[in-house]
Design a binder for this molecule. Structure first.
Ligand SMILES: *Cc1c(COP(=O)(O)O)cnc(C)c1O
Length: 427
């Protein structure tokens, strides 16, 4: 184990971390259910679902069976000129499950790329409709859409560190994020910034892009479904496409299969990823309407200008299908509702701690926002010592557990959060 850690320090560059003085890492030897088994022998209850993707937990027999059965036939063939049952069935399933008007599916390898594809679709759509001047995007402050440059350009300009990449990053327009909470009554005035920006810039705008209901990695904030409805109305009125990024919220996390269902709104373009394969393999998809697809293909080169090498990977599509089947066959609504109720009940006592600024819960998402940034070098080891795996960021200590987590294990997660905030976070 010491040898692995030394080699890890020498050669493995971890996400959003220094290559020269990295945070400590933990060697995971195996994982099963909601538990990560470390090389040290310790077991951690996983409150992160591996960045929100492992909704069924780990070493899931149904997913492993799909992988081995598919591997016995073929792991991958190019999607240029070829096709196969896993990709066809998966695209069919995504069309069935997603809002009605979405009928075309473009597969890719990661969420960021799914957002890049959505951006290209929106721009090519307007070129196909004879409006090449509509080439800008309008996003929300506090949003997160991925780490590639096009996706970054619609992330929050401050937390997304746009200043570092200004020389090559496209500059987009930003509206204020809504402030009305998920359960509060909606007022259209809360979308005034979106409306004003659309009024002023509709001639140059291709699309509005945002994460419906939950702004995830940009700050873990929840807003009223009324905002999603209002954005749809405003996009229609101003002749601008609506792109919803459900990479974090898709597949049940907020208590609906897709978060846009809370608002009964269908986007023109939808991005999914993360939980698509139940956390097994990297896979994402961008869905669009017939109207968008026909617009994209109306003008030269009459094709979407994108095509990743591993597009529609058969192994990933097979495991995504198995994951969706498993989700739909499970009592996922009850599970998410039970997690939500327990998080509400058990995290609320954090409100009394002086270090805590806010506690909020929606679906299988529980967030404790602190007054100061979390000291990762103190907080993560303190959680690990209590047998819990969480990955805080900024001022946020949060959990998005696998849906299969049981009450006692989730209790251990919320207790660890309370204890660590009380003992290791300064007001
Ligand atoms: C994680 C995430 C992305 C990026 O997905 P990757 O697979 O990390 O590229 C994009 N949008 C949202 C809302 C996300 O949560």
């Amino acid at each position: 184990m010491d040898e692995l850690l030394a080699l890890d320090r020498a050669h493995v560059w971890h996400p959003y971390d220094s290559a020269t003085s990295p945070l400590s890492t933990y060697v995971v030897e195996s994982a099963e259910g909601v538990r990560l088994r470390l090389a040290s022998g310790a077991e951690l209850i996983d409150g992160m679902a591996s960045w929100w993707a492992a909704i069924h937990g780990y070493r899931v027999p149904e997913l492993n069976r799909a992988l081995t059965e598919q591997a016995a036939r073929m792991t991958h063939v190019m999607l240029g000129g070829l096709t196969h049952e896993p990709v066809v069935r998966l695209c069919e399933r995504l069309v069935q499950l997603s809002p009605e008007p979405l009928t075309k599916v473009f597969m890719s390898d990661s969420g960021s790329v799914a957002v890049e594809v959505a951006i290209k679709m929106a721009l090519q759509y307007w070129q196909g409709r004879g409006r090449p001047d509509k080439g800008k995007l309008l996003a929300l402050r506090g949003g997160y859409h991925g780490d590639t440059l096009g996706a970054m350009s619609v992330c929050d300009p401050v937390t997304g560190m746009h200043s570092l990449f200004r020389s090559i990053l496209p500059s987009q327009l930003f509206a204020e994020a809504p402030t009305i909470g998920f359960r509060e009554p909606w007022r259209d005035a809360d979308a005034a910034s979106l409306e004003a920006t659309l009024d002023e810039h509709e001639r140059e705008l291709a699309a509005v892009v945002f994460e419906p209901v939950v702004q995830g990695a940009g700050g873990m904030r929840f807003h009223s479904p009324g905002f999603v409805r209002r954005a749809r109305e405003l996009c229609d009125r101003h002749g601008v496409l609506l792109v919803l990024d459900e990479i974090a919220t898709g597949f049940g996390r907020t208590g609906r299969l897709f978060a846009c269902e809370h608002a009964a709104v269908a986007p023109d373009i939808l991005c999914v990823g993360k939980a698509l394969t139940g956390g097994t393999l990297s896979l994402a998809a961008t869905l669009c309407t017939e109207e968008v697809a026909s617009g994209v293909c109306a003008a030269a080169p009459h094709a979407l200008m994108h095509g990743p090498t591993f597009m529609g990977n058969a192994l990933a599509c097979a495991v995504a299908l198995a994951s969706i089947d498993l989700l739909l066959a499970s009592p996922w609504r009850e599970r998410v509702a039970r997690i939500e109720a327990q998080l509400e009940r058990e995290l609320s006592k954090c409100r009394a701690l002086p270090a805590v600024a806010d506690v909020r819960v929606l679906g299988a998402i529980g967030v404790v926002e602190l007054r100061r940034p979390v000291d990762m070098r103190v907080v993560v080891p303190a959680l690990v010592q209590r047998g819990v795996w969480l990955r805080p960021f900024g001022k946020l200590l949060y959990t998005m557990p696998p849906f299969v987590i049981e009450e006692a294990d989730l209790h251990a997660v919320t207790e660890a959060i309370f204890d660590v905030v009380r003992d290791s976070c300064s007001p």
